[in-house]
Design a protein around this ligand. Structure first.
Ligand code: DGL
Length: 286
């Protein structure tokens, strides 16, 4: 068995959304190897119950440990973090485990109007974890919370196989338009929303649509970078940063899916410039 520090870092999401986090992780930790699982065969998580999402989280964590001997796990999904990170920590008490949550605190620091929009899945935004996060910021800003049913699914499909793209792309635009309209006016004026928290890792891939709808002056907050820095800190503290200088670590990164291989390949190439050969079906993951 190789030195634990030279084992890969596991990363997963319900689908391709977590690639936005993987992108930040690869930039922050260029000498690390990553194993990514897109659970696209079971996506979207956002409209399922906690029990289903927790069950998937455990199945994927077990698969990453048993088949890939990961040294750390990044749950690159807000919905899975809200539903299952607590239990995952109990299941793997020794393993560094990092989750993602909507970036409310950074938004409070950035907002000038004090009115902040938060978009996410129903699962995330109705969770006890999110309620606690919100409660801790009481009085510091006004939050306009908008669950976006269907948006992660449309993004998932639009970044997949090119044949499905055009129709799904306009569906992404239509949903972004409808949900942001429902939140009230965006802008820099008094009473307007000047910051939008992207509380689902898929939504990072709709940034262009959101920017076109909301204009250049609205702040968008995602979690990829803070999560990557937190992962580095945890690995550092536990002496688990890769010991060998692997300048080609990106080429060793492997991506697996429980859904259609072509969709993962298309998304990996488009967002991370990773070639199709680095993507496979997740054999052995139930
Ligand atoms: N990307 C996921 C998140 O951050 C979930 C999307 C979904 O499957 O509904 O919440």
């Amino acid at each position: 068995m190789r030195d634990l520090a030279d084992q890969p870092i596991g990363v997963f999401d319900s689908g391709i959304g977590g690639l936005s986090v993987l992108q930040a992780l690869m930039a922050e930790l260029p000498h690390e190897r990553f194993v990514y699982v897109a659970d696209s065969g079971h996506a979207p998580y956002g409209e399922r119950g906690d029990a289903f999402v927790a069950e998937r989280t455990h199945a994927i964590a077990d698969y990453l440990v048993a088949h890939h001997h990961i040294k750390a796990l990044v749950v690159a999904c807000n919905t899975a973090t809200a539903a299952a990170i607590h239990e995952a920590r109990m299941r793997y008490p020794q393993m560094p485990l990092v989750g993602v949550e909507p970036a409310l605190k950074p938004a409070v620091a950035l907002s000038q109007t004090g009115r902040i929009g938060v978009i996410g899945t129903r699962g995330t935004l109705s969770s006890a974890k999110f309620a606690k996060l919100l409660d801790g910021l009481k009085g510091q800003a006004e939050f306009v919370i908008q669950p976006c049913k269907g948006l992660a699914h449309a993004i998932e499909r639009s970044t997949g196989h090119p044949a499905a793209n055009a129709a799904q792309q306009s569906e992404v635009h239509r949903l972004c338009q409808a949900y942001t309209e429902a939140m009230g006016p965006f802008g820099k004026g008094t009473g307007q929303i000047d910051s939008l928290v992207l509380g689902c890792t898929h939504y990072v891939f709709a940034t262009d649509e959101l920017r076109a709808i909301l204009g250049p002056e609205i702040h968008f907050l995602s979690t990829g970078e803070p999560v990557s820095r937190q992962t580095r800190r945890l690995l550092e503290t536990q002496g688990l940063l890769a010991t060998t200088d692997q300048p080609n670590a990106a080429r060793l990164t492997q991506l697996f899916t429980t859904g259609a291989l072509i969709d993962l390949q298309t998304a990996a190439l488009r967002w991370l410039h990773l070639p199709a050969q680095q993507c496979s079906k997740a054999e052995g993951l139930r």
